[in-house]
Ligand binder design. Sequence first.
Ligand SMILES: O=P(O)(O)OC[C@H]1O[C@H](O[C@H]2O[C@H](CO)[C@@H](O)[C@H](O)[C@H]2O)[C@H](O)[C@@H](O)[C@@H]1O
Length: 253
Amino acid sequence: MRSLPPSPTRPFALFLDIDGTLIEHQPNPEGISVDPVLRELLISAGEAVDGALAFITGRTIAMVDRVFRPLELPVAGLYGLEHRMTPGGEIEAADEPEDMRAVADALEREFAENKGIYFERKGPVLAIHTRAAPEALERVKTAAEAALPSLSDGYRIVVGNAGLEFLPVNAMKSAAIDRFMQIEPFADRFPVFIGDDVSDESGFSFVNELGGMSIRVRPRGETEARYVLPDVAAVREWLAEQVLPERRARKAG
Ligand SMILES: O=P(O)(O)OC[C@H]1O[C@H](O[C@H]2O[C@H](CO)[C@@H](O)[C@H](O)[C@H]2O)[C@H](O)[C@@H](O)[C@@H]1O
């Protein structure tokens, strides 16, 4: 049994996954929204860690910006294939390669009759969501494995809690966190990474190697994370306790 995370005892850097961590899952990727409380909490968190806060997400940066508008925080999108290293800074984006486009087109055609299956085309990453059609996951997995050899070497399929993604080999949350840890204001801080899914596991291992704190939300099986939080509400509560002065004081007193 993993325990609830303690408070970091020295200046820390915050790396945050989005879906299932900061925002509850919705049947459709377009269905999420950010409430003012979360937006304010993120602003306070950024201030508390002197700007050392970044999203580490499977979403595109364009989508993250749409959802969190007007916030434009540092972010690694598409598991580190896209980056924005500074708030409001330039975005390094990634395009859809030709072979990925062909595979996505073919799979979309194959599953066109099942309206519960949602294709999210994100350039070099393809997500096929089955949250609204859980019975279809096995069939989608079989079709995805059959299509994999059509992609360039190094593509892999990562099966998550409610669907799967085709990911290039260099799409890894560990590498995305590493890139931030090379620069100010992240460098030399105690890294804290909170995530909820299989694709967050490389990030947990990396943060463990650095001696930091890895936290998995609602783990369903094995995890490298050293600590757990039960749900999104608990993540927000824990963050508030670390970054809002009045909450820290109340906890201490
Ligand atoms: O790394 P994350 O920030 O957690 O992003 C992972 C994926 O999140 C989104 O999909 C997930 O959330 C959707 C909305 O709740 C849900 O419908 C879907 O089933 C989940 O897999 C996003 O759409 C993906 O692009 C991200 O890769």
